[in-house]
Ligand binder design. Sequence first.
Ligand code: SAH
Length: 463
Amino acid sequence: MTYKKNDVLTVTIEDMGHDGEGIGKTEGYTLFVKDTVIGDVAEVKIMKAKKYYAYARLMKIIKPSPHRVEPVCPVARACGGCQLQMLDYQEQLRFKENKIRNNLQRIGGFTEIPMEPIVGMEYPFRYRNKAQFPVGTDKNGKLITGFYAGRTHQIMENRNCYLGVEENETILNLILSWMEECGVTAYEETTGKGLVRHVLIRYGFTSKEYMVCLVINGKKLPGEEKLIQKLCTVEGMTSISVSINREQTNVIMGNTIRTLWGSSYITDSIGEVQYQISPLSFYQVNPVQTKKLYDLALEYAGLTGEETVWDLYCGIGTISLFLAGKAKKVYGVEIVPDAISDAKRNASLNGIDNAEFFVGKAEEVLPKYYADYAADHPGETAHADVIVVDPPRKGCEESLLETMVQMQPDRIVYVSCDSATLARDLKILCERGYELKRVRGVDQFGMTVHVETVVLMSRADKK
Ligand code: SAH
């Protein structure tokens, strides 16, 4: 049986896809239905039909899943940010754990997976320390701010995102009232006119410091003093700046930063290590879960103080500095030069002198180090005791994995934000003498479909 566009039918949702969409089957025909969850019985309407599957739209829930909950956010369905708010949190964790397991089985070909229970959040809301709100106008010309509706650049008014801190709303109210009072315009994507594009707010969970950075399409801010006065009423305000972005682009931040008031950065810490964060710095957005993630990476690394450790894709050196206290020497490699400057500054801020950083692609820096070492030390090869990798979604280049294996680390700790590329890379490492020892999911992004995974591999000949 096949279906055609606009057919309406009833289906039971039996599974969920990687993007959180519900999956149901009728007589072998598969239906993908956004906004449904496992266990729902739903009336759906076919939007796009193929031979064996179709995309359908939720019309009516006939019998809700026992795991279905009322989203706390009134715009959850329309907003592009959360995909899983209507699923109870325990079930979200189960979904994420299954996603990791399925990828390791299907893509990695692993049959026995030493999986430990996923590390969930105590309270899966209000966890983000960073928010970027686009500013615009509605059809009546009124200033609005919020989030882009899913897959569009249309701003949905919402100043109270439940993933961010409550104070964001207060800060946005102050900024929009200042814009109204001082006649400051919002940027318009279509014409490239208007001044204020985005508001970036960062909050140090441990330091309780706030940073506000206005991204503007110009150099000057009318009523700058008034803005500062208003923002300084927020307890903990530490840094107020503008980022100048005059390009017609989707990139949010402009590279020129001018501090209007206070410090050019805020400080925050993860565990014992302090980090200075400026508007352009990369920093983990969920500091509470990041601490758990790094503790796990540290545990998997099994350091005694004698080890040489490489931290590939090190960003601002967060993991490197976290491991440095327990290792003899840590080398970090990162492609973004500014991040490496931050890493070096953070090392000296914390009095860490056994970490060294390289700018460049991991797949170029490590092979070059390996070759240079052999040239300088005839008859020897470069060795690492532990290698940690934390690549972006696309995972590691095969050539990098080759060099890692040549350096014969006893242990490889793989931190991944995409379990599909993780599975692909682990398969390669296993074919070259490594064994999968421990796997654990860490939920850094409650209410969304994303999940981090930490994996320990060790050399099969080293028991
Ligand atoms: N480990 C860090 C950051 C991980 S995010 C932390 O926990 O904070 C991944 C990092 O890899 C980013 O900083 C990105 O700039 C960097 N990156 C991307 N491609 C790279 C490559 N080919 N070589 C080295 N670093 C790369």
